[in-house]
Ligand binder design. Structure first.
Ligand code: SF4
Length: 345
């Protein structure tokens, strides 16, 4: 048995694997969003999923993960949803980062559809959902979605934000219904301001408001301009009591070339000598050449992760151009279709 604490998944829950037989309907979705159901009585239980690595227990409130790897579970009993799913609520964003990989055409997801998927994901063993975009705070349904999922599912709710729309009002709407927030801080001071086009002092102010809502992590795109700010960024992360520092080596996009070889060397050397108190993590795409651990080595591909874009396409990752539309039959049906197209993982 192995146990670990994961700051990116901080919630409680209950539902294990329940068979889902009734497709969601729009009426059902909207009623559920709009009705003030009481908090689920099971919300303080650990959530369980089964997979090729064993039985995985997860507590969304503390972030604790327990893997019972002595357990051998027949594949027919493995949880059918990915362990984590990211959902781009909207493509809209008011910043213009050159390395942004979010699609630029206007698109946003209907709140009722997302509720339906959250319910299905929860019932099929998913442990956590991360909202993104674009900028998810520009989607009007964000507080409602977080509240509904917190009260009616065992999912850990996280989202990634640039933080510039965080107000006390938004913080109050979200508090208690989000388990972890990832805040993007690519560079500090003048570097940040040149890349993001916003005052760094304003960002720090907003960061303090975000910190009132839930535990936070810092997302940091690493490129030739930001790599020398890593020490200063980690120091700021420490001051705001961030639980995790996520390295995102820049990926090639239409507007950016991706991280060059000399920056990769600088990053590898920095990681090698890192002695900071905040745990580091790195995106799977950017992990090449860095020392990483894989706590669930057999649960890979679509068993581990899938992405829903703002047009309702299910993809293997947010970088993929191709995907499968999620129709009235729901998420799992689309997942099966995606597996068939690209081969199971
Ligand atoms: S803040 Fe994020 S979504 Fe917005 S442009 Fe920058 S990278 Fe893209």
């Amino acid at each position: 048995m192995r146990a670990a604490r994961s700051p990116s998944a901080r919630s409680v829950v209950a539902a294990g694997e329940k068979a889902r037989s009734t497709p969601c309907t729009a009426d059902l979705r909207l009623r559920r969003v709009g009705t003030p159901f009481p908090r689920a009585a099971t919300s303080n239980l650990m959530k369980m999923r089964a997979g090729p690595d064993g039985v995985h227990l997860f507590d969304r409130l503390t972030g604790w993960n327990i893997l019972i790897d002595e357990a051998r579970v027949p594949s027919a009993m493995w949880s059918s949803a990915p362990r984590q799913v990211s959902i781009a609520l909207t493509n809209a964003c008011d910043l213009r980062c050159s390395y942004c990989y979010a699609p630029k055409h206007p698109a946003a997801l209907d709140t009722g559809r997302v509720v339906c998927w959250l319910q299905e994901l929860d019932e099929h063993g998913c442990h956590g959902v991360g909202f993104g975009g674009g900028e998810p705070t520009l989607h009007r349904g964000l507080p409602e979605l977080c509240r509904w999922a917190s009260e009616h599912t065992g999912l850990a709710l996280t989202f990634t934000t640039h933080a510039h729309h965080f107000t006390s009002r938004l913080a109050a709407d979200l508090r208690g219904n989000v388990h972890f927030i990832r805040v993007s801080m690519d560079g500090v001071g003048a570097t940040y301001e040149s890349l993001r086009g916003r005052r760094f002092a304003d960002f720090i102010l907003r960061l303090s408001i975000v910190r009132e809502v839930a535990p936070i992590g810092i997302n940091f795109v690493v490129n030739a301009r930001t790599v020398r700010d890593l020490d200063a960024a980690v120091e700021i992360a420490r001051e705001v009591r961030a639980s995790e520092f996520l390295l995102l080596p820049e990926q090639a996009t239409a507007g950016a070339p991706g991280m060059d070889a000399s920056t990769r060397e600088l990053l590898a050397a920095w990681v090698e000598t890192y002695r900071g108190g905040i745990p580091l993590s790195v995106s799977e795409r950017g992990a090449t050449g860095l020392p990483t651990c894989a706590p669930l080595p057999l649960e890979t591909g679509l068993r581990a992760y899938a992405h829903i874009d703002a047009s309702g396409l299910l993809k293997r990752s947010s970088f993929d151009g191709a995907g499968v539309p999620i129709g009235p039959e729901g998420f799992v049906s689309a997942l099966r279709a995606l597996e068939e197209i690209g081969g199971t993982s």
